[in-house]
Design a protein around this ligand. Structure first.
Ligand code: PLP
Length: 451
């Protein structure tokens, strides 16, 4: 069966299989295939597919009361989940932090942009409105979120409609200049923010947004120690709020509840989504530090923003049920060992002349392909390598998340791996074998200009 022609699909020239069932790391299709979900779809599914108790918790909440509007009521599941997220967040969020629930990651970014602006207004500083971010980043598809996103391919069609608030250097260790140490490179990338602010009206900057581990755009690029700490210092010293976009890297995905905890960084806001409800419900959140909340309390007390479905009782019930399940099965605790195992297996791919880098943290991993391993030269865009690897992996019944453009927005190919936290050693071995076979099919014995 193919998809209904009534659906405005992501690509009208493609046909999509119909998923009918999921169980653990596996998805079953209407045409009888069984596919290993090595990307958790898009780094979403953390507890695995087909956990019936999540739907039961949602049905129970829905049968009691499915919806109330936040202008009139709060709900028990939303209050409970907010408290649990604050407990998972870094220590600075604990005493007086609050959580703003949305229906996904893009809405979380939008909300954080407006929160940052209004935070400064509440303090009597009407000059600050720009949210600076990084090139080679993705923060969502709505207009504010696109404005801060640096992913060129996703921005290009809408360029004339987007404000220019400024983008600074990403931190992409694999492509650091030759001869530069990791720590030198990290500090140099962080200095780019300082330098940018020196020359670009820092008094109008409300916040800086970054992905602590870059997800789709750079394929799990992890900064060296020191980078995130220096970024936090720069923001603090200049009165700029620090927004950590952990829509992909949060909720246990990198081996800590939030990736900033790897570097003991305490942002002013953390954005989350995806794994927060493991795909069982559309849910996102902005976790807000106490001093930001206090500015509102001292000021107007009213955030001029809102969504009909914010803090929805049924989606937050899903979030609680997902956390209950993860806690009972100690799934966050599995991530480090499962990630090390998968990364070690994938590391064997690096012997191939066209596999340039295998990287990542926990179960957020990336494999980058290059034309020349010595010079790290990427393939031409037209070679469509990432998509061809995806297709070849799919022939082995494994799903990965391909992206092009990691080098300069156009060239550069990688696939992202972000399986459910329940992944077993045997399943990781299947992923490795599928990629090994795909690499052999797409590149043969190797197409390096140095080989
Ligand atoms: N921020 C990051 C880092 C993301 O990876 C994504 C989605 O991929 C988003 C924001 C947008 O989230 P959503 O697609 O749920 O709107």
């Amino acid at each position: 069966m193919s998809t209904s022609p009534s659906l405005f699909s992501r690509n009208l020239r493609k046909s999509f299989p119909v998923a009918v069932r999921g169980e653990g790391c596996w998805i079953y299709t209407a045409d009888g295939r069984r596919l290993l979900d090595a990307a958790g779809q898009a780094a979403v599914v953390s507890i695995g597919h087909g956990v019936a108790e999540i739907g039961q918790a949602m049905a129970e909440q829905s049968s009691r009361i499915a919806f109330t509007h936040t202008s009139q009521f709060h709900s028990e599941p939303a209050e409970k989940l907010a408290a649990r997220l604050l407990a998972l967040a870094p220590p600075n969020f604990r005493d007086g932090g609050r959580v703003y629930f949305t229906s996904g990651g893009s809405e979380a970014t939008e909300s954080a942009i407006k929160l940052a602006r209004q935070f400064h207004l509440e303090q009597g500083d009407g000059q600050r409105y720009r949210v600076v971010s990084r090139r080679q980043s993705y923060h969502g598809s709505t207009m504010g979120a696109m404005t801060v996103s640096g992913n060129l391919a996703r921005r290009v069609a809408y360029q004339p409609m987007l404000a220019e608030w400024g983008h600074v250097a990403p931190c992409y260790s694999y492509r650091r200049p030759a001869g530069k140490s990791l720590s030198e490179y990290g500090l140099e990338c962080a200095s780019d923010l300082d330098l940018f602010l020196d020359y670009n009206d820092s008094g109008s900057v409300a916040a800086f947004a970054f992905e602590p581990v870059v997800g789709a755009t750079l394929g799990a690029a992890v900064p060296p120690d020191g980078y995130a700490q220096r970024i936090a210092e720069i923001c603090r010293s200049r009165g700029i709020l620090l927004i950590a976009d952990e829509v992909m890297s949060g909720m246990g995905r990198t081996g800590k509840a939030f990736a900033v905890a790897h570097w003991n960084v305490e942002p002013d806001m953390i954005l989350t989504g995806k794994g927060i409800a493991s795909g069982y419900a559309p849910l996102g959140a902005v976790i807000v530090a106490p001093h930001v909340v206090e500015a509102f309390e001292r000021g107007s007390a009213a955030f001029q923003h809102g969504f009909t479905y914010q803090a929805h009782p049924v989606t937050t019930a899903a979030g609680n049920a997902v956390l209950d399940y993860a806690e009972r099965h100690e799934l966050f605790e599995r991530v480090v060992a499962a990630g090390d195992d998968l990364k070690a297996q994938l590391g064997r791919l690096a012997a191939h002349p066209n596999v340039g880098d295998v990287r990542g943290l926990g179960l957020l991993l990336g494999v980058e392909f290059v034309k020349d391993k010595v010079t790290r030269e990427p393939f031409p865009k037209e070679d469509n390598i990432a998509e061809r690897v995806r297709q070849a992996v799919l022939e082995e019944n494994v799903l990965v998340y391909p992206t092009q453009g990691c080098v300069d927005g156009e060239r550069g190919d990688h696939v992202l791996l972000a399986p459910p936290f329940t992944i077993t050693r045997e399943e990781s071995a299947i992923i490795f074998r599928a990629l090994e076979s795909a690499v052999a099919k797409v590149f043969g014995a190797g197409r390096s200009s140095h080989s």
